[in-house]
Design a protein around this ligand. Structure first.
Ligand code: NAD
Length: 500
């Protein structure tokens, strides 16, 4: 589908501003490889202006006073944003599909989730009012103590391209609900819906500077946000390599960070499952979002007694996936995001072959699609645990298959990774599922399913998948400082020193 991309500038202090160095980055349609527009490229100079605007919006003594508003007040803006996103859903869905290459039907779900996330954190903002001054029980009657939850300040939000507006929303909604103001830096590979979001902010009358949106390259626009002394916290979603750089930079100022990073998540199939049901979840768990899911369950561990039948069925289901332009009806797999990502995935596949793995299906560009960054959904077997494809995150439509014979072996293989984002376990024996769930070293476990994600439930990883939790009541805590207030209510002398 062809339609013009909106031409946007940086969104700073409620206004559209040309980047100071006037540079722009082309937008490439991943389905056609054509340049279809461009986005502004911010640099450290623009970051400076945005941080000043965000600080002014945050505190009264610097200007406006978002920090001092009640949760109920902020909730009204978040609800208005949710309503506006729903009203303009069609526009956002089309832009997200075109810019990211994800199937149209998936973009519909993403934009619905964006609206739900703002709605949910409106509720959390209201609850925050009730949680203020929560009493702490002390062992001495002469003292009383309570806890204040106060916004951390100006926060830097850095997001990836696989769910462009949704991943940004997971940060914007709780940050604003908490009373923080923010500078958002979406990924240069898919920023269009995040920039459009600036319009939504103005349409609902969000005070200028509460949210600033800077597009640009990671080192030019992201790094200066992280190192800026007036950014009080950084929330990042992206690769472990970038996460590690961000942590090192933030450490210079002892700045808090939350990191939502990559994964290499296992999916375990015991022998008592319904094969077709489990196969469908398996392919969904790895090929959804064109295989570019942080929590992709991309290492299939299947009990040896059902392995042949399971893999046979999986190949049949996989060959039936509709790969097409993401706007085509029924599309279930579009292109990966960029030429760089396409080459990286193809390299993973050729290295796997050279290391002795077998490509059971896929592994190439689909014959009927001559242009675009399309890769067939790929199943790889004959895997050894020393292979690159077993150990590293591919971030594309590729799944590795390995068999196991005992529960202990399945757990050992599942945990044989530096990552710890998510895992899935399938069995009719729910006690076994519970045992395995407890043994898995991850932040999220799906039982008899893979990938369903709800705004009410916490999200985040352990090990090299990062730390901190987004979503749910945990999500808003990321943006709050906890302040203990203790008073002596006796009016008496303390009596430690002798009175002179
Ligand atoms: P990436 O690390 O390349 O980029 C993420 C963001 O960081 C982008 O906005 C980029 O411009 C910015 N960036 C790059 N270098 C930077 C620097 N030096 N300083 C500051 N910012 C910088 O990741 P990506 O390719 O956009 O996203 C894919 C990765 O994200 C995968 O590893 C995936 O697993 C992960 N991811 C994780 C989650 C999660 O919830 N855990 C969700 C989505 C994606």
């Amino acid at each position: 589908m062809a339609f013009p991309m909106p031409v946007r500038q940086l969104f700073i202090d409620g206004e559209w501003r040309e980047p100071i160095k006037k540079n722009r980055i082309p937008i490439i349609n991943p389905s056609t490889e054509e340049i279809i527009g461009d986005i502004p490229a911010a640099t450290a100079e623009d970051v400076e202006v945005a941080v000043v605007a965000a600080r002014k919006a945050f505190k009264k003594n610097k200007g406006r006073d978002w920090a001092a508003t009640s949760g109920a007040h902020r909730a009204r803006y978040l609800r208005a944003i949710a309503a506006k996103i729903t009203e303009r859903k069609d526009h956002f869905v089309k832009l997200e599909t075109l810019d990211s290459g994800k199937p149209f039907d998936e973009a519909v779900l993403d934009i619905d989730d964006v609206a739900s996330c703002f709605e949910y954190f409106a509720g959390q903002a209201e609850k925050l009012d009730a949680k203020q001054k929560a009493p702490v029980t002390l062992p001495m009657d002469r003292f009383k103590s309570h806890v204040l939850r106060q916004p951390i300040g100006v926060v830097g939000l850095i997001s990836p391209w696989n769910y462009p507006l949704l991943m940004a929303t997971w940060k914007i909604a709780p940050a604003l609900a908490a009373g923080c103001t923010a500078v958002l830096k979406p990924s240069e590979l898919a920023s269009v819906t995040c920039l459009e979001f600036g319009d939504v902010c103005n349409e609902v009358g969000l005070p200028p500077g509460v949210l600033n949106i800077l597009t640009g390259l990671g080192p030019d626009a992201g790094a200066p946000i992280v190192s800026h002394p007036d950014i009080d916290k950084v929330a990042f979603t992206g690769s472990s390599a970038t996460g590690s750089k961000i942590m090192a930079s933030a450490a210079q100022l002892v700045k808090p960070v939350t990191l939502e990073l990559g994964g290499k998540s296992p999916i375990i199939m015991f022998e008592d499952i319904d094969i077709d049901t489990a196969v469908e979840w398996t392919i969904f768990g790895v090929f959804w979002t064109n295989g570019q899911i942080c929590s992709a369950t991309s290492r299939l561990l299947v009990h040896e007694s059902i392995a042949t039948e399971f893999v046979d069925r999986m190949v049949k289901w996989t060959k039936n996936i509709k790969i097409s332009d993401p706007f085509e009806e029924g599309c279930r797999l579009g292109p990966v995001i960029s030429k760089g990502q396409y080459d990286k995935i193809m390299n993973f596949i050729s290295t796997a072959k050279s290391e002795g793995a077998t490509i059971l299906c896929g592994g190439s560009r689909p014959e009927h699609l001559k242009k675009g960054y399309f890769i067939e959904p790929t199943i790889v077997t004959d895997i050894s645990t020393s292979m690159q494809i077993w150990k590293e995150e591919v971030f594309g439509p590729v799944i590795c298959v390995k068999t196991f014979s005992t529960e202990d072996e399945a757990i050992e293989l599942a945990n044989d990774t530096q990552y710890g984002l998510a895992a899935a376990v399938f069995s009719k024996d729910l006690e076994r599922c519970e045992r395995v769930t407890k043994a898995l070293e991850v932040g999220a476990v799906w039982v008899n399913c893979s990938q369903p994600c709800f705004v009410q439930a916490p999200w985040g990883g352990i090990k090299r998948s990062g730390f901190g939790r987004e979503l749910g009541e945990w999500g808003i805590e990321n943006y709050l400082n906890i302040k203990q207030v203790t008073s002596d209510i006796s009016g008496e002398q303390w009596g430690w020193y002798k009175s002179p």
